[in-house]
Write a protein that binds this ligand. Structure first.
Ligand code: HEC
Length: 193
């Protein structure tokens, strides 16, 4: 019976000296008893593929189909801010009703205020903390853009500003523009610095 502690000690020593405790790395893959659907053929965005004749893994929309949220029921300038000659439209196709302005203010607070500041002075939190130079909406430059150009800036971005075409649907963008125009109408013009 006196041998038992010794044996136990040996067993522990063997485990600690030779075995791999937690946190030990191994070049071998872990044993995966039930792989379920963990391993499946998949492709990355923009990747090549031998499977399709054109070599692209990503597929083009099927002609005649409309993706969800992509149905265009308004005239083309509503989605581009440009007329049929490619010029920016002067006046927004969306009237500044109370409802539109309220929605514009809401969207502005979420998506524009961090940089452009609540009143559109350009001295938002990003300017305060990050020193990001943001132009004022009361300067000549911002006032004198046709509505279509502001739509283009909000959609695609400009200089340091990224585009907001993805989070903001066209109707949201026109609502934000209505709000910006209302702010501009309420404050005096500033010379562009
Ligand atoms: C992350 C910061 C940031 C956010 C958020 C942002 N902007 Fe801007 N915006 C800028 C900067 C910086 C510029 C100056 C770009 C340049 O000319 O290099 C700018 C420029 C503009 C201009 C042109 C002004 C001029 O005088 O040329 C308009 C119009 C504008 N933004 C509208 C918006 C609207 C509307 C939103 C919300 C949907 C928005 N921006 C959100 C940073 C931002």
């Amino acid at each position: 019976m006196r041998r038992l502690p010794k044996l136990a000690l040996l067993a522990v020593a063997a485990l600690t000296l030779t075995g791999c405790m937690r946190g030990c790395t191994s070049p071998r893959p872990p044993i995966h008893i039930n792989p379920n659907m963990d391993y499946q053929p998949r492709v990355n965005a923009q990747a090549e593929s031998d499977f399709f004749y054109d070599g692209r893994a990503m597929r083009m929309p099927i002609p005649g189909t409309v993706a969800r949220g992509e149905l265009r029921t308004e005239p083309p300038h509503f989605y581009t801010g440009r007329d049929e000659n490619g010029e920016f439209i002067a006046i927004s196709p969306v009237g500044a009703t109370e409802e539109v302005l309220a929605h514009g203010l809401h969207m502005y607070t979420i998506y524009c205020q961090p940089c452009h500041e609540k009143r559109g002075t350009g001295k938002g939190i990003m300017y305060e903390y990050g020193n990001v130079p943001v132009p004022s909406f009361y300067a000549d430059t911002a006032r004198d853009y046709p509505d279509g150009e502001v739509f283009d800036i909000v959609t695609n971005g400009k200089g340091l500003m990224q585009g907001y075409g993805y989070p903001l649907a066209p109707a949201d963008r026109w609502a934000v523009i209505a709000h910006v125009r209302q702010m501009q109408a309420e404050r005096p013009r500033e010379a562009t610095p």
